[in-house]
Ligand binder design. Sequence first.
Ligand SMILES: C[S@@+](CC[C@H](N)C(=O)[O-])C[C@H]1O[C@@H](n2cnc3c(N)ncnc32)[C@H](O)[C@@H]1O
Length: 261
Amino acid sequence: MNSALRKFIFHDLQTVEGYIDPPDALVFLSLLAAQREAGFDGGIAEVGVFYGRTYFLLRKISGDRERILAIDLFDIEQEAGGGATQYGRFIENGRRLGLPVDEDLMIKGDSMRVEAEEIIGKVGRVRFFSIDGGHMLRHVAADSRLAAGSLADHGVIAFDDTFNPAWPEVTVGVADFLREQGGMFSAFCMTKYKTYVCRSRFYDFYCKVIGEAPDLRAFGHVETQFLGSKVARLHNPMRRRILYELMMRSGMSALSERAYR
Ligand SMILES: C[S@@+](CC[C@H](N)C(=O)[O-])C[C@H]1O[C@@H](n2cnc3c(N)ncnc32)[C@H](O)[C@@H]1O
């Protein structure tokens, strides 16, 4: 286990408003580390930055030199009284964490208008693509096409908010994507919030990574089926979630990491 990165996930990252929790952060860490070990190169891409919680996780794990392209409308209403904009808060979070944003690789606009060639031109073929932008079917359809079109052979796509009843069209979009691809892509891992897919040729590789990752030992690995492939569903027991929440609320974020060993 990498204690510096775990400290970042359980402490520093929690100071950024946003939507990636420790279980998925540990999956990102395990996948990116395994790719590096295997010599799988390529850029990183993200749709849906918000205030940068996932972006800074990707930056921290991958180091200063990795090219991370990020797309967001960056149009969340300016705070009353002319406060910071969404983009301004994102940049400020980076400064505070000592993880500067590569502004040349930010696309401010609708991801549905971005072409895969533009991404490849900026960061090369992508080894890890996180999708958490618009949550309607048309967004997920466009974003998954964009990801598949720019992905390296060995790349992974992480879809957020799958199986969340608040956003039912995300799940439809992921199912449509897997079926349209006709077996070219397979899901290999699911958490409470995300579904992870890769090209079917790399399915065995990523199943092994999830099964053996030291940082994922704390979770129950429950086998489930999703559209033709066996998927490891990482189960996070209720008692641990409660303990974690209690520690966070009583200012013990640094200690909360122990709950996930
Ligand atoms: C749930 S938030 C993303 C959370 C983020 N991944 C995190 O780590 O906290 C969704 C983001 O998607 C962006 N978004 C929504 N529709 C979009 C679109 N069509 N193109 C680009 N970004 C979009 C929103 O501006 C918002 O910042």
